[in-house]
Design a protein around this ligand. Sequence first.
Ligand SMILES: *Cc1c(COP(=O)(O)O)cnc(C)c1O
Length: 398
Amino acid sequence: MSKEADRNPGFDTQAIHAGWDGKHALGALNPPIYQTSTFVFDSVSHAQKVFSGESAEYVYTRGNNPTLRLFEQKMAILEKGEKAVAFSSGMAAISSVLLSLLKAGDELLTSRTLYGSTYHVATQLLPRYGIRANFADLAHPGAVQAALTDATKVVYLETPANPSLELVDIAATAEAAHRRGAIVVVDNTFATPYFQNPLALGADVVVHSCTKYIGGHGDALGGVAVARDPDYIFRLRFDFLCDLGGVLSPFNAWLLLRGLKTLGVRMERHASNALAVARFLAGHPKVERVLYPGLDEFPQRELARRQMRGYGGIVSFEVKGGYDAAVRLIDSLQLCTIAVSLGDAETLVEHPASMTHREYPRERLAEFGFSEALVRLSVGLENPEDIIADFDQALRRI
Ligand SMILES: *Cc1c(COP(=O)(O)O)cnc(C)c1O
């Protein structure tokens, strides 16, 4: 693999081969699951070498484990970072990263359109520790600069955002934040490293819910943080992951490694299916508007082209007829499944105002870029004509 690396292998080759340059135990094609909590030493002097960091061997799985390390190495390469650290869930990664970068008196600058639990961390958890969250419309050029203060230590963003699919210009945001000494953290769950690399655009830290596209099969929770600065990842691991304890299990690391092998082919199909469904919906008389960065009429189409290589599998749309029509449509679907989460083989549909975003005040949803008529779908890997046929019959019922 090391010779291959000199030739800059493509994403799919890296996703399958990178991070490992030897043979697995007993010549196994796939890495073993090191299902062990602790590791054995030959002698006290051997243990001293490992504890002092002189040897990169393992002590205890809360610190690291070979199955986790392989996953971390692959993610660091795919996200164009230096080092990565795995967590038990996306939220374990996000909350640990925020706590590691902020202390009492500091401010976080973020957007209101955030994953629900992340919004809760910003508005409920951080203030208990003296950290203030300021909100700005980060999708609006100039808003970042205007909202940065001397106390802003972190700018945190999702692009595309959930569920509005609004984009934030990562390069411009990083430039403005860095001028004021703030660090930029990007949640890259929706785009995945296959379609977008925030670190290459100037962000400092990338976080993922690996529960979604990285795992890809809806069977494992996991999270990861990747950064360009290896010292930061070292501190995140030993000062936060080890002590807060949100460690990925070796079995889930193995499932995520399996998912990574097909990330590229799955994302191509998610994206082509999503575009087909988005085009069908956009042409339907009962649909008010469709939000998908791959549609020509998407308001930030130029930015989408500039910072993404593809537009992912999430499509949001508003039906005519408001709340009642949206609920009736969702309840009428037969193939597509009503569920939160995303990135699975199955097409999943949800109603953000009732489900993932129910904490957002109903009368102010427009401020967050959506309404009660909004339906979010995670377009799966089924044949696109079958997904479209299901929406076609459901739309007839409203
Ligand atoms: C699901 C999700 C999270 C949280 O991840 P978990 O693995 O469920 O903890 C964070 N951000 C985004 C964008 C998500 O979709």
